[in-house]
Design a protein around this ligand. Sequence first.
Ligand code: AVI
Length: 321
Amino acid sequence: MSEADFQLRADPQFRADVLDGLRGPRRAIPARWFYDERGSELFDEITRLPEYYPTRTETALLEQCRGNIAGHIKAGAAVVEFGAGSATKTPLLLEAIAPSAYVPIDISGDYLRASANFLQSQFPSLNVIPIEADFTQSMALPSGIDGAPRLGFFPGSTIGNFVPRSSVNLLRHMREILEEGAKLLIGFDRIKPVDILIPAYDDAKGVTAAFNLNLLHRINRELDGDIPAGAFVHDVRWNDSEARIEMHLRCIRDVRFSVAGDIFSMRDGESIHTENSHKYDLRSLRLLLRAACWTPLVDYSDADNWFTLVLAEAAPIYAAP
Ligand code: AVI
């Protein structure tokens, strides 16, 4: 492929994030770049692994508490999902709420349309309005839901993939999109023993390792790189002071490689930080919501306190002492 061809094919933001991330003294690449087609397939496989408890715990919890959640939601509400809907969790909520409309928002058009078509087939009379957009950026909701009470839905503990300052910014932004008086149903993964957390991100079959290493293959393919993926291993750490799981790609020998024409070298033992997954206790997750002007109304946790769903309200901002 010529230099010109590869410049055309590469996403300029991906290129900038990778080059900046590899240059720094603490190398790091944003986790959102995991999700090319192969990465999304591998993530899907992760959610079904025995070690990866969040998906099944949140689904069971939603099944259990959805009747109670529905009791807090006004009739005729529109459900606005941040991300394309899952084939299991979203129907549970839609059945319980019986909303007037369902608005999934996702940056990946193909994935969004496939998921919206599936949900429309499950709920033929529901007004499904998919929006292809990056919900971290400024955007407007469709006029078709003007005047309807709004329920935002952000499951999956995806909020944990943002560092605290970014998660507060994102939650504030969601409040602006949904507007005052809206509610938000959001999933948080809880702090738990390290011997449960580490295997959830370092499974016996090596699916999470493949998910992490896929990032190097994506860089090589899309950014004309020659990173020797075999010289890197999947490395999972619990960072106790930040209350988060970290994923890294650690070199097991000295390497020198090029990406998009730039040359990089790394020493044996150095790593690229590829993901954070923050875990919360009840107080810290409530504080995070309050910091973003969301008032927690009710929370629901499973019997082991492994996962919590919170229903919060975008209350008016009063002067406070
Ligand atoms: C998408 N997100 C909530 C997952 C998590 O648990 O942080 C991503 C993931 N990374 C490795 N396994 C799962």
